[in-house]
Ligand binder design. Structure first.
Ligand code: AP5
Length: 217
């Protein structure tokens, strides 16, 4: 069987990470998040992490060459044999073309691109109330709270807020998204794989819509 690749598209805070984890689990695929990969490098103080931090703290994109190389290495690992749910990649036209090239080597293409639509005012509220676990689980103080405030349900560790979730950085990330990533909506629409998803619904309803769309595509 050919590997299956799904690209989650949408602005910062749309719910890509929340959904990608569930969709990957449901379909037996690996969740590959470029933001999580950069944050892991940052935690381990690698050269890549130090470089990425300079861009992430400002809400700017990490350069394409670095990001593409990191994703290519990740997708070549054995656990991605059946495919992956890509979250936060591609984010520029150059990255989208690079992804097509990478998948070509596995005789595969992007099967579906759920585009999660959420208005800007909701994005700022979602990101300013987001609490993260160090292993990448995502909560929201109001919409998806942990059982005990600031404590991860699964391992009991302390939750934290991302440095780039400050309102001014969020506004800049949304601007960068509109300039550099939104053009991918047309790119994937023209390939016939884009599916619009109403991201203002409850988390479970969004997940069901994405799964239905992926299964039909
Ligand atoms: P990254 O980590 O990818 O951030 P992002 O794309 O800005 O997306 P977010 O993680 O902020 O939001 P999300 O859509 O995943 O929402 P979530 O599910 O958490 O990237 C960070 C940085 O890394 C970039 O700025 C850049 O510097 C760099 N980078 C990463 N990839 C790169 C690339 N390819 N090229 C170059 N640079 C790159 O949900 C948000 C909140 O809302 C949560 O609290 C959640 O609980 C809540 N929520 C989710 N769904 C719902 C719902 N339906 N209803 C109510 N609340 C909800």
């Amino acid at each position: 069987m050919k590997p299956l690749y799904i690209v989650m598209l949408g602005p910062p805070g749309a719910g890509k990470g929340t959904q990608a984890k569930q969709i990957a689990q449901e379909l037996g695929l690996v969740h590959v998040s470029t933001g999580d990969l950069f944050r892991e490098n940052l935690k381990n103080e690698t050269d890549l992490g130090v470089l990425a931090q300079r861009y992430m703290n400002k809400g700017e994109l990490v350069p394409d060459e670095v990001t593409v190389q990191m994703v290519e290495e990740r997708l070549s690992r054995p656990d991605c044999e059946k495919g992956a749910v890509l979250d936060g990649f591609p984010r520029t036209a150059a990255q989208a073309k690079a992804l097509d090239g990478m998948l070509g080597k596995y005789d595969a293409v992007v099967k579906a691109v759920p585009y999660i639509k959420v208005p800007d005012r909701v994005l700022v509220e979602r990101l300013s109330g987001r609490w993260m676990s160090h292993s990448g689980r995502v909560y929201h103080e109001k919409y998806n709270p942990p059982t005990v405030k600031w404590i991860d349900d699964l391992d009991g560790s302390q939750l934290y807020q991302r440095d780039d979730d400050k309102p001014e950085t969020v506004r800049h990330r949304i601007k960068v998204y509109n300039q550099q990533t939104a053009p991918l909506i047309d790119y994937y629409h023209d390939k016939g794989v884009l599916v619009e998803i109403d991201g203002t619904q409850a988390i479970d309803a969004v997940r069901d819509d994405i799964l239905n769309a992926v299964r039909q595509n």
